[in-house]
Ligand binder design. Sequence first.
Ligand code: ADP
Ligand code: MG
Length: 239
Amino acid sequence: MEITATESKNVLLIQGVEKIFNEGKRNEVNVLKGIDFQMKPGDFFALMGPSGSGKSTLLNIVGGLLEYTKGNVKINNTEIYDLDDNDLTEMRSKNIGWIFQSFGLIDNLTALENIIIPLNLAGVYDLEAENRAHELLNLVGLGDRADHFPDGLSGGQQQRVAIARALANDPVILFADEPTGNLDTTTGLEIIALFKELSKMGKAILMVTHDVSLAHASNQVFILHDGKVKMELEEITSI
Ligand SMILES: Nc1ncnc2c1ncn2[C@@H]1O[C@H](COP(=O)(O)OP(=O)(O)O)[C@@H](O)[C@H]1O
Ligand SMILES: [Mg+2]
């Protein structure tokens, strides 16, 4: 298939995505009712919406973790749910970084070792993996914490390690589900500032947040409501 110029610029392209849980049953929920959305390198978007509106569902679908009921999701021009399980896993490992509210670090591994795991999974080992993990810790401002275990780090520092881990394989896109939900406001703002830096380096970042002030630090706020995404009309500048 020929790739058009407009298509190739998008790292993420979502068309007509619908999601129905428990289809045909009494507890059927139609969470997403036709989502169209696209992201280019360097886009930093915030996704807001009431609790239960489907933000995590949408993020999981675009991140290759949950198949839609209908639609298309393309990452780097590949329809991700056309891939078989192995190829989908490989695509995720190469192209996508995940950041969660609860950090998700492995407790009995050091900061450095936590970052080395996804590198090993992608076939990068030994000194090459160690050097890359050190570089990433420097990038997130934790160069002097390589040998610390998660419980010896503050919440903000743990989230920085998680961001470094998400960046391990140099993904094109980062998905962050309430990344500042367990952090105080000041620390949350520092994490957002780091996201802004990463977006300037060309990463596309889609972040779910409840916090209006954090959302407004992004380039564009989208609101999920009644199964549809609306672009916030207000012009978004910077922090
Ligand atoms: N695996 C599932 N099975 C059935 N319903 C689900 C499942 N996951 C989410 N839902 C429902 O989908 C809706 C959206 O959930 P979610 O995406 O977690 O919302 P948000 O992240 O915006 O709070 C909720 O009504 C939730 O109960
Ligand atoms: Mg959620």
